[in-house]
Every structure is written in structure tokens, then in C-alpha cells.
Design a protein around this ligand. Structure first.
Ligand code: SAH
Ligand code: SF4
Ligand code: F3S
Length: 476
């Protein structure tokens, strides 16, 4: 199959495996085995990348630990989406200097989206000299090579050149969960929303081959995974760089045809590319969970245009209508930015009215954060902070009310849920998720974890539902 985006040749991946073997042999001489810690910030894509980093670290003979204390290798997988995320990383990386003083052989690595911002790489080079290795998301597959270089004490390594990226297959993975799994179907973003750093940090859109994705899902289903999320910055762009005419709805339908008892989800859908074909596939495939994250960002068309989102308020509402015609009970979640440069309070009120009209199940709300190098960061931004905060608070308050009302409507219904973990409250010692991914607290036998069961919803809060097992759980 011909494609327009590059794939890393198998022999290059093989070379990385040889570096892993070399380090594994060196680490085998140590007792106890050296420890590695991977700390993850940001989105699910980063969570998925961290599972690859852990896979490579295991291949290099490290044992994975869940704290930086006593770790021989620390990897901080960073996010650049907002200032706040970056400040947390700088604070936490700064604090690692003390551990490194106690153990000068410790190797500290920083990767992920922040590494791909030139001003961040420069700051790390100058002022964070205890950081040994810095590399961006596009260079992730070369981690063994970089770590080997540092390990053999060939100085600090910075691999932060801008890169469009490629597809690297065959990397080892160590998944964090036994029930839920991420499957990246594509990488990068070409949308260049004017506020967003991701197209600069993650390179161009490129899709994995459908057969490789489907095989991965088959394996996960065979291993007993019950909840599989297909990942991409905009999954609706899937396949555009592949010859053969495959698009996301087709891939999703093929994935749903794989035998096994599991649910499929996907993240994220850009509204401009969310098609009726996608909604039809969601409606007709039982395995596709009736839930969609459809970020609208603003309810005002002028602001949407300034954001370069390439849809209007009306077009967004039309998509929601088309979706609900096909799946009336669809769970709908979204992202919103408050205080985009030049947004006025009357324009913000269009965002408020949109959430009242759509009534999302949940909303992720953000105050605009200027990102160096993006077009929006150059725009005049006259609205005082206090006004932005007041608007933000109004939005959160309205959404909390709507979320609570939506949750109340579940009371008395029976939901087929995946029991996915132990609860912290002894009265509700289990957690579960509805097909639409709403959190449910309930009481029951811990042996039920990992099974689908019918749960009667008896109470709720803004954030969660409370339920009880309905009769004998029909274990599948
Ligand atoms: N690819 C996804 C979004 C990834 S970022 C999509 O397009 O839907 C997740 C969310 O962070 C975005 O939807 C947006 O609401 C928010 N975000 C991105 N850049 C931001 C910025 N500069 N300031 C505040 N919020 C931002
Ligand atoms: Fe950022 Fe827009 Fe791409 Fe999402 S679609 S990652 S918001 S540029
Ligand atoms: Fe953050 Fe990069 Fe994801 S900026 S949100 S980790 S793509």
C-alpha cells in the first residue's frame, strides 16, 4: 500500500532493539535490577507514549517503579498545552536536582511536547543541567539509542529539532491497565487551530496501516481487554495519507467486527470532519460505545473563525442534531476555551447559550493560555483576567447544573456497565463505567472487577452515579 507519510524501516527499529539488548546485558550485572520511573502529563496520547517508553525500559532490563525515589532512570513525559502544565513540569523537574545530588549516576530524561518547544529546550540546556536527555515525541522510537549514549557517559543528549514525524511500528509496549487499553491510530495534527501548540510539537498527520491497528485490537480482545480507545488528535482525519480510500468510519466498523466482548471508544473528533457516515457506524455497531467527545471551543462564529476551527455555531449544532437523530441517548462531551484573545463577554454568552442548547453530559473548560509560536499569541488580548475568570465561573456553574440534571435522569434506569476497579469508600467498594463512560459507584464482590453487569442507578452527584447490582450480574 502506497502512502504519503514515511514509515521507519524495520532495520532501524531492529537497531534500537539491539541497543536495548546491549543495555539489558549491562543492567543484568546489577543486583537488584535497576529501577525506572515514567511520569506522564497531558493527554491520552502521552499516556500511550509512556506505555511504549515503559516497554522499551523493560526491554533494557529496568524494573518499572511508581516513584522517582530511588529510581535509576526518571522519564518525565511532558505536555505543552497550557502554561500551567508547563509550570508544574518545571517545578517538578527542578525538585529532582536533590535526588540527583545523592545519586549522581541517576539519569533524568524529559520528553513529550515541551521538548519540542525551542524556548523550553534552551531553558533546560542552560538552567536544568541535571537533566541528561531531552527528546521530542517524533524521536520517541529512538529512546534506547539516546539512553545508551547517556548511559555510556557520552554527555547530555538533546534531540529536539523540529520534525514532521514518521510511523514507527514494532516497539515494545507495557500497558498500565488490564481492562482498558489505548490504541493510537494516527499521530500529529494538521489543523493549526490558532491557539494550539500541538501541530508544532507533534508534527504532521500520519496514519498507521489499518491491518496493524486491527491486529493490535484483535490481540487486546484475546487478552481480555474490555474497553479499547482509538486515539488521534483528530481521528476523523484517519487514512487521508493512505492509499486505498480507508477513512475513520470504515476503520471503526472493521474494528467493531472483531469478535470478543469489548467496547470501542475514540478520541478526539474535530467537528468539521465528524460525518454522518461516522454517526451511522456508531449507531449500527453495538461494540462502539454511544459516546463522543466533540470539542466546540466557542459558541460564537466570529471567535470560531479567529480560532481557525473551520465551522460555524450553526454547523456545530447541525452535527449534534444529526448525531442525536441517530443515537438519541448519545453521551456528548466537549472542550471549551474561555477568554480567547479579543473574545468579548457578549461573545462568551454565545458559548453559554450553546451549552444550554446542547446540554453536554460533561465539559472540559479551559481559560485561554498563550502559547509561544502560535498565531493567537500575537493577537491583542484586552480583556482583564478578572473578567475572564468571572466568565469561566459562570460557564462551570451552568455546566455543573446541567451535568447534575443529566445524571438525575439516570435514576431508576438500569445501565449495562463495565466494573472496572475498586472504590475508595468502603460503602461503595467498586467503580464501574456506563457504556457512555459515566462513572458509577457501587457495592459488590471484588471478583466482579473486569466483568460487564447490569446496574440499577439509585442516586447521583454532579460527577458520578451511584448504583446497585441488578439481580445476578450476567457475567460475560
Ligand atoms: N485535538 C484535540 C484537542 C487537544 S488539546 C481537539 O482538537 O479536539 C485539548 C483541549 O485543550 C482543546 O480542545 C482545547 O480546548 C484546549 N486547549 C488547546 N490549546 C489551548 C490553549 N492555548 N489555551 C487553553 N486551552 C487550550
Ligand atoms: Fe490543537 Fe486544533 Fe489540532 Fe486539536 S485539532 S490538536 S485543538 S490544532
Ligand atoms: Fe499536551 Fe502534547 Fe497531548 S501538548 S495535550 S501532551 S499532544
Amino acid at each position: 500500500m502506497k502512502r504519503t507519510t514515511p514509515v521507519i524501516p524495520a532495520e532501524d527499529i531492529q537497531r534500537q532493539k539491539e541497543y536495548c539488548a546491549e543495555l539489558r546485558a549491562l543492567n543484568a550485572q546489577k543486583s537488584p535490577a535497576p529501577l525506572a520511573y515514567v511520569d506522564t502529563y497531558g493527554c491520552q496520547q502521552n499516556e500511550a507514549d509512556s506505555e511504549l517508553l515503559r516497554g522499551m525500559l523493560c526491554d533494557m532490563g529496568y524494573e518499572i517503579t511508581d516513584t522517582d525515589k530511588g529510581a535509576d532512570v526518571i522519564v518525565i513525559n511532558t505536555c505543552a498545552i497550557r502554561e500551567h502544565a508547563e509550570q508544574r513540569v518545571f517545578g517538578n523537574v527542578g525538585a529532582l536536582v536533590h535526588g540527583k545530588r545523592r545519586n549522581p549516576n541517576q539519569i533524568i530524561c524529559l520528553c513529550g511536547c515541551m521538548a519540542q518547544e525551542p524556548h523550553v529546550a534552551e531553558r533546560l540546556r542552560q538552567s536544568y543541567r541535571h537533566v541528561d536527555l531531552v527528546f521530542g515525541p517524533q524521536a520517541l522510537w529512538r529512546f534506547p539509542e539516546f539512553l545508551r549514549r547517556v548511559y555510556l557517559r557520552r554527555g547530555r543528549v538533546f534531540e529536539t529539532e523540529p520534525s514532521d514525524g514518521a510511523i514507527a511500528e514494532g516497539l515494545p509496549v507495557r500497558r498500565s491497565g488490564k481492562l482498558k487499553a489505548w490504541v493510537s491510530i494516527m499521530y500529529g495534527c494538521n489543523n493549526f487551530c490558532s491557539y494550539c501548540i500541538v501541530p508544532y510539537t507533534r508534527g504532521r498527520e500520519r496514519s498507521r496501516e489499518p491491518e496493524i491497528i486491527l491486529n493490535e485490537i484483535r490481540e487486546l480482545a484475546a487478552q481480555g481487554y474490555k474497553d479499547i480507545t482509538l486515539l488521534g488528535q483528530n481521528v476523523n482525519s484517519y487514512g487521508k495519507d493512505l492509499e486505498g480510500g480507508i477513512d475513520f468510519p470504515t476503520l471503526l466498523e472493521q474494528a467493531a467486527a472483531i469478535p470478543g466482548q469489548f467496547l470501542l471508544r475514540f478520541m478526539t473528533s474535530h467537528p468539521k470532519d465528524a460525518t454522518e457516515k461516522l454517526f451511522d457506524v456508531m449507531a449500527r455497531c453495538d461494540k462502539v460505545a454511544p459516546v463522543i467527545h466533540l470539542p466546540f471551543q466557542s459558541g460564537n462564529t466570529r471567535v470560531l473563525t479567529a480560532m481557525n476551527r473551520r465551522y460555524t455555531r450553526e454547523q456545530y449544532l447541525d452535527k449534534v442534531r444529526a448525531l442525536r437523530e441517530r443515537i438519541p441517548n448519545v453521551v456528548l462531551t466537549s472542550d471549551v476555551i474561555v477568554g480567547f484573545p479579543g473574545e468579548t463577554t457578549p461573545e462568551f454568552e454565545d458559548t453559554l447559550s450553546l451549552i444550554e442548547e446542547v446540554r453536554f453530559d460533561a465539559l472540559f473548560t479551559f481559560i485561554y493560555s498563550p502559547r509561544k509560536g502560535t498565531p493567537a499569541a500575537e493577537l491583542p488580548d484586552p480583556m482583564p483576567k478578572e473578567e475572564k475568570s468571572a466568565n469561566f465561573d459562570r460557564l462551570v456553574e451552568a455546566q455543573n447544573r446541567i451535568s447534575l440534571e443529566k445524571h438525575r435522569s439516570y435514576i431508576g434506569t438500569v445501565q449495562r456497565c463495565l466494573i472496572d476497579g475498586a472504590g475508595e469508600d468502603p460503602r461503595n467498594n467498586l467503580t464501574a463505567r456506563t457504556a457512555g463512560n459515566r462513572l458509577v459507584h457501587l457495592n459488590g464482590d471484588q471478583a466482579l472487577i473486569g466483568q460487564f453487569a447490569d446496574i440499577k442507578i439509585i442516586d447521583c452527584s454532579t460527577w458520578a452515579l451511584f448504583g446497585e447490582l441488578e439481580g445476578d450480574p450476567k457475567c460475560q
